[in-house]
Design a protein around this ligand. Sequence first.
Ligand SMILES: [Zn+2]
Length: 97
Amino acid sequence: MPTPDELPTAYAEFFTRAFAKRDNVLLSPTFLFECAEAVESLDECIECGKPIINITAFGEGIGEHYVLTDEQIERLEEALEDSGVEVSDDDVCSDHV
Ligand SMILES: [Zn+2]
């Protein structure tokens, strides 16, 4: 399991790698999921087991790790919601909302 120590040192590097897109498709969803796991914000859908990222836990975990401001956390959560991966605060994927 990835640990917070394995996250990129600089927040800018983390953000760029996690949310880089081409043609509106995320380039490295695996990296994003690993980061989510590192800050213990990775859940799975209680109906189908699909991995989902808990938005609140992700914002808090990454925010704590990089000592982010509230504005940065807000931007981070927006980027996560726009990323196209499954995100939820309710432990259900988009098919099971
Ligand atoms: Zn599901």
